[in-house]
Design a protein. Structure first.
Length: 563
């Protein structure tokens, strides 16, 4: 992130960090971390956490680590590690030489676990998983002590070593911290620290067959790295006493855990479990389907890292879980692309127009601006010829009142070009309009008439002589419901999948300048919206994704809220 970019306003997390700095805690040093699990792809919810972790550290002159929480080998893959690093870099954040993995600390975590056993603060549990749940109690009833809670220390050490050496099957034993089975906080009722998993790890191979639980590995990893502020989502608030317990009992560096509200976005889901169901169930075409909230999907749809960072800044950090309207995210990308995207003309539903007084084979090249918001963007040439294409809905044979676009006998302006007037409508045998016969006024080159006459509509168009064929994909919300996860009991949350979330148009006509657009490049199709070149594009086939329409729903919402 450059120093000129807008930073989020002060929130309670930054205020807590500022208070620690002012009090000289940790010598006034700030060190954060972003700890993703390498078991899936990052989504826009992660982006808010990434921005907070990296930007808060930067704002206080500190550092931020990237540490993969790779303690569950059954779901983790190198592919996820690489894709997550790519996404974080794409967002504009850099961890420097501070790339770490929880698996880096497996030896230390094992030794610290033995330390707790030797101090009588951990024991090997022999109950089954079902029995452990039964003994743990409920939110209203205290738990009961396991019959193995007071195993002799030496027996615990021996069993834990045997677990490590692979002498027992999965689920035979676990290692539990010995805290308080009657605690009102169920997380403190002798939580599991290690479980047996005879699965190769993508980094450590078959060296280990026991793996630490997140609640144990996370605080110890933070302490090893000297993390001053461990920023977590609100779901970990009840885990904070356990976080502190491990650091205190092991007498390690005292990291401070601070929780903030979990991010939710309207008309989609951001739970990795639910996103996986969408992918595996065929609700979407994959993790990079442009309807998905994953960062790779947003990138494919044409979202920019600058727009997503601005979105994160506008959303801010709260203490209560809320749902942010998708319209705000769309507003941010629209504002960003308005400044940078080249303007181009594309006709998505072509209707042929023949300019009868334009000679056959003659082409008139007109000047067209690339971006009115950027004086340095320059101009391009667009071809005007005898045969053109306009949007089918820009013509009506029997128009209603206040329809100002083209109809028989009416004059309109062509963008960057001339005034044209329709004289005749050609239809096929079924009665469908297939061609318009028009004339143009050569005196109106550039879009104005010397005699001062005015027209009430300006249409976009492309020349049939130079136009390229393209496929255009129009995207809408993935779900029709604002909160698809909030469904009545017995209902399926996927019932509100939007059947119109993707419309594919073929035979679209675009101006030839789009041939040189690069994959992912943001472009404004005039009067249509913002689009980008899709990864499916080839030299022989142009494919465009609509990023957002031109209509700014968020701006309308804001205006209404001020009335």
């Amino acid at each position: 992130m450059t120093s000129t970019e807008r930073k989020p306003t002060t929130d309670f997390v930054r205020q807590a960090i500022a208070d620690d700095v002012a009090q000289g805690k940790h010598g006034g040093h700030v060190h954060t971390r972003f700890p993703p699990e390498p078991n899936g792809y990052l989504h826009v919810g992660h982006a808010t956490a990434i921005a907070l972790d990296f930007m808060a550290a930067e704002e206080f002159g500190g550092k931020c680590n990237l540490r993969f929480d790779d303690t569950n080998p059954t779901k983790e893959e190198v592919e996820f590690v690489e894709s997550q690093m790519e996404d974080i870099r794409w967002l504009g954040f850099d961890w420097g030489d501070r790339l770490f993995f929880a698996s880096d600390y497996f030896d230390q975590l094992y030794e610290y676990a033995k330390q707790l056993i030797r101090e009588g603060k951990a024991y090997v549990e022999g109950l089954s998983a079902e029995e452990v749940r039964e003994y743990r109690g409920t939110l209203t009833e205290p738990g009961r002590a396991s019959p193995y809670r007071d195993r002799p220390i030496e027996e615990n050490l021996m069993l834990f070593e045997a677990m490590k050496e692979g002498e027992f099957d999965d689920g035979a034993f676990v290692l539990r911290a010995k805290i308080d089975m009657e605690s009102p906080n169920i997380n403190m009722r002798d939580p599991t620290m290690y479980r047996i998993r005879k699965v190769d790890h993508y980094r450590t191979g078959d060296k280990w067959c026991i793996y630490p639980m997140y609640d144990y590995a996370h605080p110890v990893s933070d302490a090893i790295e000297g993390i001053t502020h461990s920023l977590c989502s609100l779901e970990y608030e009840d885990h904070r006493p356990l976080y502190d317990w491990f650091l205190e009992e092991l007498d390690l560096f005292r990291s401070r855990q601070i929780e903030f509200a979990r991010f939710n976005l309207s008309h989609t889901v951001i739970s990795k479990r639910w996103l996986l169901q969408l992918v595996e169930g065929g609700g979407v075409s994959g993790w990079d389907d442009p309807r998905m909230p994953t960062l790779r999907a947003l990138r494919r749809r044409g979202y920019t890292p600058e727009a997503i960072r601005e979105f994160c800044a506008k959303v801010g950090i709260g203490k209560t879980n809320t749902t942010t309207d998708m319209a705000l995210l769309e507003h941010c990308i629209r504002e960003d692309l308005n400044k940078r995207a080249f303007r181009r003309m594309a006709v998505l539903h072509p209707l042929k127009v023949v300019i009868e007084n334009m000679p056959e084979g003659e082409i008139d090249y007109l000047d067209a601006g690339n971006n009115p918001e950027d004086p340095g963007a320059g101009t391009r040439k667009v071809a005007f010829s005898r045969t053109l294409y306009i949007e089918r809905n820009d013509f009506m044979e029997d128009p209603p009142r206040k329809f100002y676009r083209l109809t028989v006998g009416r004059e309109v302006r062509l963008r960057y070009g001339y005034f044209i007037k329709c004289h005749e409508v050609i239809k096929d045998e079924s009665g469908e309009i297939v061609e318009l016969r028009c004339t143009y006024d050569p005196e109106t080159r550039g879009g104005s008439a010397p005699d001062g006459r005015k027209v009430r509509a300006t249409l976009h168009w492309v020349s049939a002589d130079t136009a390229l064929d393209a496929e255009v994909r129009l995207y809408e919300h993935l779900f029709t419901e604002v909160n698809p996860r909030d469904v009545p009991e017995g209902a399926d949350w996927q019932d509100s999948l939007n059947p119109d979330s993707l419309t594919t148009l073929v035979g679209c006509k675009v101006e030839p300048a789009l041939k040189d657009a690069s994959i992912g490049e943001g472009i404004q199709f005039e009067r249509q919206g913002y689009f980008c070149v899709d990864t499916d594009s080839t030299e022989d086939k142009l494919v465009f994704n609509r990023t957002v329409p031109l209509r700014d729903t968020w701006a309308r919402i804001q205006r209404q809220s001020k009335r």
